[in-house]
Design a protein around this ligand. Structure first.
Ligand SMILES: [Zn+2]
Ligand SMILES: [Zn+2]
Length: 387
């Protein structure tokens, strides 16, 4: 049932064939924009008021958008347009739309496709209707920057695409599919870096599914410290594709190790207060002051009351749950490995694998167990099967 549900949900996202699929992304979402200027990057931008074309914006002209007395107003050097509900801008093929928020002032963004502008409670709401591959490239550039190897960009592209499709109903009640903030995926407009747009094209339409053809949650973290964690060890719910694997690729990377010193009295006081441990018992004390895991574990000590490493990470703001404990003088020293929760893909390990030229499909299978890359159009096939 669950498989069918997910796939049916997807069908609502698909507009036409997978090849021409588009997504609707609310941009500058939650920024409270009251006034903005749009301009074309090249060629004339078509201007539509309430769905009807009313004019064109020449390359050297700009359109100032505001909401005045219950109407949307667009002013350019050449003309003034009003609309009851929405003003839509459509870039010509190969061109883009620059959007610059004036109140409040925000950095300029450039979008491909169409930009739909409406007023919601006195604020302007912008929805970029854009081809899926352009959106994916934009997200990869916003999240991965311009320094990575091509195979890493491909890996990111399939992950972003999978996430976008799995979450495309998050904002259904608001009339669009995704927002451009961390709530969905950070999207700062079209990608400028050629290797990123090429990676999106090279993986066009590909998504990652588990053994039941469900889109996966491509969980990731910065550095696993040499070993990832099972999903159930963190979230108590197992996920067949999120299982612990060993990883040597991240060991020499920037976030491979960390250390922290804590006054012994504070450390032991915390153990008494928070976990009810009797620190005057020598057996208890030795467990709290010396801990040397050979692999990732779940608890600091072996005898009840147990101290969950997850809890320690939260309370002491530790980079990971993977660390040793030793005592030097009146200090407790934690020597840790990795950075982040440790479940799923290890980013620094994946970046290193990509730098060594390992194909993105092998990287994917290294971190996610029993997953498959399939083309979006095959999801159509499974949807039909489910009916
Ligand atoms: Zn969102
Ligand atoms: Zn790793």
């Amino acid at each position: 049932m669950r498989v069918i549900g997910t796939v049916l949900g997807l069908a609502m996202v698909l507009q036409g064939t997978a090849q021409f699929q588009e997504v609707q992304v609310a941009v500058l979402y939650g920024k409270g924009v009251r006034s903005a200027t749009v301009m074309g990057t090249r060629g004339n931008v078509a201007i539509l008021a309430d769905g009807r074309q009313v004019g064109e914006l020449a390359p050297n002209d700009g359109l100032r958008l505001t909401w005045e007395d219950g109407r949307l107003v667009g002013r350019s050097l050449a003309a003034r347009y009003t609309a009851r509900e929405r003003i839509t801008l459509r870039a010509p093929a190969g061109g883009g739309i620059r959007l610059r928020a004036v109140v409040p002032k925000l950095p300029e963004r450039v979008y491909n496709g169409m930009l739909d502008v409406r007023a919601v409670e006195g604020e302007l709401r912008f929805v970029n209707e854009v081809r899926l591959e352009d959106y994916v490239a934009g997200v990869v550039e916003s999240e991965a920057g311009a320094q990575q190897a091509p195979e890493y960009y491909k890996l990111q592209a399939v992950s972003c695409r999978t996430y976008a499709l799995a979450n495309a109903r998050k904002h259904a009640a608001e009339g669009f599919e995704l927002c451009d903030q961390v709530h969905c995926q950070v999207y700062k407009g079209r990608a400028m870096h050629a290797p990123i747009t090429e990676a999106a094209q090279a993986t066009r339409g590909m998504v990652v599914v588990d053994a039941s053809i469900r889109l996966i949650h491509a969980t990731f973290h910065s550095n696993c410290g040499g070993e990832t964690l099972n999903a159930e060890d963190l979230w108590s719910k197992p996920e067949p594709y999120l299982q612990a694997v060993t990883d040597s690729f991240c060991l020499a990377q920037p976030h491979a190790t960390w250390s922290m010193a804590i006054p012994k009295t504070e450390w032991l006081g915390y153990m008494e207060r928070k976990h009810g441990l009797r620190t005057n018992d020598p057996a208890v004390l030795s467990e709290l002051l010396a801990h040397e895991p050979r692999c990732r574990g779940l608890y600091l000590n072996a005898h009840a009351p147990l101290v969950p490493l997850k809890q320690l990470r939260e309370d002491w703001k530790l980079r990971s749950t993977y660390f040793t404990v030793r005592t030097v003088g009146d200090q407790v020293l934690l020597d840790g490995r990795g950075f982040g929760h440790g479940v799923g893909l290890c980013q620094e390990g994946a970046m290193e694998m990509a730098r060594r030229g390992i194909p993105f499909t092998d990287i994917l299978h290294h971190y996610y167990n029993d997953v498959h890359l399939i083309d979006l159009s095959h999801l159509d096939f499974f949807r039909d099967e489910g009916r």
